[in-house]
Design a protein. Structure first.
Length: 392
């Protein structure tokens, strides 16, 4: 087994890796804490009374990951890529979260709607308990004078062909051919730090996107050069000429070429073709739709391909569908389209998808239906094998 191990000099200075490792350990405990608080406050809850353990765990994981992701969307600034309220020792969690905060209300609402609490008051108390857990962990970080002086964390790349990173004794990534590429080009420590950040956030459906074969059409046929919601793990344009991607965490991602947060960059200075695939959170979808339509309303010479869940009663979907800048909308039923996750694995989700094309395509572009055909023709064969840098 081949391995790349950090040098002693890297180990001695990489406190950022220690912070991300400790945060990942904490995030791993939050789902169980959510379930514990649910049981304490609702011993006979709907969720506990009828659903299987596996079902409850999956739903709790989705709720907690959605909550943590929602915390990243507010008050982001381009300087450092995090909210001004974020703690450097706990980068995913804002300082001073309150029980009346919209993100806390979202957590409580999900707990009630998904049957983890029978009463809304119990759901609110559960959310407050989660805030208290975050604050306890935050105090432990600040109270520990030795936090940034802890022993170096073992870090290595296992199996360079398949690509798998191990950090410490508790974290080992899934295999991905992209990880050795990133480690060799940008450094193993930087790659591991970025990976831990996204794994702490949850690398499930929020890292899904069109397969590489569809992005070939975006890039080659329709001149797209930018990605609106991406990461070093799942960028389809990584390594391509004149291409760039936006991501949620420029503090960990800038070394890989991140342009910054999509909601913060000046779209008038990044004109051209965009692939925009926001997380399927209604507030984020609405803000992304508003940002794109506002940009086009100002006459910016750009064009956008936007992936949205087929939620026809949602404000974001309706905003795109009614926009005078809409060129086309393609709807796909479950099983008709492929997605790839952050590790390049392909699957067919059980949901409906809409792809909107907006703006004015460059002169000489092929018929827009070529995009629809590319989605239908995508095949999982060899997609994971290509998941390094984009080479099309």
């Amino acid at each position: 087994m081949n391995s790349i191990t950090k040098s002693d000099s890297e180990k001695s200075v990489d406190n950022g890796l220690a912070i991300e490792y400790r945060q990942k350990q904490f995030c791993d405990t939050l789902v169980q804490k959510f379930l514990q608080l649910s049981e304490e406050r609702n011993p006979n809850s709907r969720r506990g009374g009828g659903r299987g353990v596996g079902s409850g765990l999956r739903e709790a994981t989705n709720i907690v990951e959605r909550w943590i992701l929602s915390l990243q969307q507010a008050d982001a600034v381009s300087d450092g890529g995090c909210s001004t309220k974020m703690d450097k020792q706990l980068p995913l969690f804002p300082i001073g979260m309150r029980s009346d905060d919209q993100k806390t209300k979202l957590l409580a609402s999900d707990a009630y709607d998904k049957g983890f609490c029978r009463l809304r008051r119990s759901a609110t108390n559960l959310a407050i308990g989660m805030l208290a857990e975050v604050e306890r962990f935050r105090r432990s970080c600040h109270d520990s004078e030795k936090f940034l002086e802890q022993p170096a964390i073992e870090l290595r790349m296992l199996d360079e062909d398949r690509g798998c990173i191990r950090v410490g004794h508790e974290f080992q990534s899934s295999a991905s051919r992209r990880l050795p590429y990133l480690a060799q080009r940008f450094g193993l420590a930087a790659t591991a730090r970025m990976l831990l950040r996204y794994e702490s956030l949850g690398s499930g459906s929020y890292q899904w996107g069109d397969p590489l074969s569809v992005h070939r059409v975006y890039y080659r046929d329709f001149g797209a050069r930018y990605e609106g919601f991406s990461s070093p793990l799942n960028s389809r344009f990584l390594g391509l000429d004149e291409a760039g991607f936006c991501s949620l965490f420029p503090d960990t991602d800038s070394v890989f070429g991140s342009l910054g947060n999509f909601f913060n960059i000046d779209l008038t200075r990044r004109t051209g073709g965009w692939s925009v695939n926001p997380p399927f959170i209604e507030s984020v979808l609405e803000e992304a739709a508003r940002r794109v339509t506002d940009c086009l309303d100002r006459g910016t010479p750009s064009w956008f391909f936007m992936n949205f869940p087929d939620w026809r009663d949602s404000p974001g979907w309706s905003m795109l569908d009614s926009s005078p800048h809409k060129l086309a909308r393609f709807d796909f039923s479950p099983g008709e389209f492929l997605i790839q996750d952050a590790y390049g694995r392909a699957s067919r989700p059980k949901m409906k998808l809409s792809i909107f094309a907006l703006g004015r395509l460059p002169h000489g572009s092929p018929p827009i239906k070529r995009l629809r055909d590319a989605v239908f023709k995508a095949r999982p064969v060899d997609l994971a094998e290509e998941w390094t840098a984009a080479t099309f």
